[in-house]
Ligand binder design. Structure first.
Ligand SMILES: [Zn+2]
Length: 426
């Protein structure tokens, strides 16, 4: 017996039977024809115009529903009250089918997502439709994230807030007029900025603090971080960081650490909003600076560059910032990168007291922030042949942040609540 074939056929049959039963029940219930006239969204009154069929893709397969139809003479549009009541007013996908589509597209490419939905759930949704539905859902998730900031319980003594950026390959039209890193000065990417909050109360086998499993939440978007006007409210990404911190109870944690790449705006934000937080330059970024400068001074790939870089990184690890800055200063007259680094390491030296931080049991090097950038953005958005619109990228990033931060369930609860209340009001 080909049991796999039997299982699949039986599942298909079971879904079809249940789907037909549910559709039959809904179609027999005609209570959605609530009077001869109903208010239209345009403000006029719509007239009952019989029942109309529409086919929806649901978790039970294709379902043909007959719904009371109201037509508005004033705006020429029509609507079915039941669609709104059941959460079917967004298009041709039922809420459960939309949820599956969003989850698939958060995890895999649109084409892979479409194939998974067919294989695992028996849903026929082509890649283009997966993209359209997932991006619409992602925009809803992003909007929900901006509106709802609910405090989540925190039991950790120390909370970490890390901020970083990573490039997302975008369509040409999204980089017009922007300076890039390519030889002709054009840009191929836009920077997605990411905030991650986590705790690290557990210790690894060497006794060093290590990230607690499932403690990291992510929040990211391609948006502005720089402040252009001193009087204006914080720029969009700064507000995103503050929302994420508030959600996690960062301000009320006994000990707080902010990890950044050295960009001034994050320290300004920390000074203003988290005055108790210990500011730490992510050691990964500090070392990256030294790698680049070693190449600039001694030539890429040379033994001299390697040895010079190794010595500087050791000085950094051991907290010998005076020696490090002096070594950089020696090359400052002839090397632009060294000159810039003198400024970078001098400006941030209080944030690079790594031996002191380590002794206090703090995490200084964030595999966590690095990893979050790769996990949230890289593995989904930076794959071969991908060219995003900023809007589409932000929708999928929002979806992915919700899924990876274990907030997707909460979003759906709120979505169902708001849909039901909207339906009961009408
Ligand atoms: Zn109307």
């Amino acid at each position: 017996m080909d049991f796999e074939a039997v299982e699949m056929a039986a599942r298909g049959l079971a879904l079809a039977i249940m789907g037909r039963a549910l559709a039959g029940r809904l179609n027999a219930d005609r209570s959605d024809a609530a009077g001869a006239r109903l208010p239209c969204p345009c403000g006029a009154r719509a007239r009952h115009a019989g029942r109309r069929p529409k086919t929806f893709t649901t978790a039970l397969g294709e379902m043909r529903l007959q719904r009371a139809w109201y037509h508005c003479g004033a705006c020429g549009k029509g609507f079915a009250p039941r669609d709104r009541a059941l959460g079917l007013d967004g298009g041709s996908l039922s809420p459960a089918a939309l949820r599956m589509t969003g989850l698939a597209a958060a995890r895999a490419s649109f084409a892979e997502g479409s194939a998974l939905l067919r294989e695992l759930a028996g849903l026929g949704i082509d890649p283009k439709s997966v993209e359209r539905h997932a991006e619409a859902l992602g925009r809803e998730v992003a909007d929900d994230e901006r509106r709802v900031v609910e405090a989540e319980p925190n039991h950790a003594r120390t909370l970490y807030l890390g901020v970083d950026g990573t490039g997302v390959p975008v369509r040409k039209s999204e980089t017009e007029g922007r300076k890039g890193k390519r030889p002709d000065g054009s840009a191929r990417t836009r920077e997605a900025k990411l905030a991650v909050v986590w705790s690290a109360e557990s210790l690894d086998s060497q006794g060093a603090p290590t990230r607690d499993p499932d403690s990291a939440t992510h929040n990211a978007a391609i948006e502005t971080a720089a402040c252009r006007d001193a009087d204006a409210e914080p720029p969009p990404f700064a507000r995103r960081v503050l929302r994420e911190a508030r959600r996690r109870g960062f301000e009320s944690a006994e000990r707080q650490a902010v990890l950044g790449d050295g960009a001034a705006w994050i320290w300004n934000l920390a000074d203003e909003h988290f005055p108790r937080a210990i500011q730490i330059v992510d050691v990964f970024h500090a070392k990256e600076h030294l790698f680049e400068t070693a190449k600039a001074i001694h030539g890429p790939g040379s033994d001299l560059a390697q040895a010079w870089g190794r010595r500087r990184r050791r000085e950094l690890d051991e907290g010998r910032l005076d020696d490090l800055i002096a070594a950089l200063a020696a090359h400052a007259p002839t090397c632009e990168a060294a000159r810039r680094d003198v400024g970078y390491f001098s400006r941030n030296r209080q944030r690079m007291r790594y031996p002191e931080f380590r002794a206090a049991g703090l995490r200084i090097g964030s595999g966590v922030v690095e990893g979050a950038c790769k996990n949230v953005v890289g593995t989904r958005l930076k794959r071969g042949g991908m060219h995003w619109s900023v809007d589409g990228a932000n929708a999928i990033i929002a979806l992915r942040c919700a899924v990876l931060s274990n907030r997707f369930d909460d979003f759906w609860e709120r979505r169902a609540d708001s849909g039901n209340s909207a339906a009961s009001q009408s």
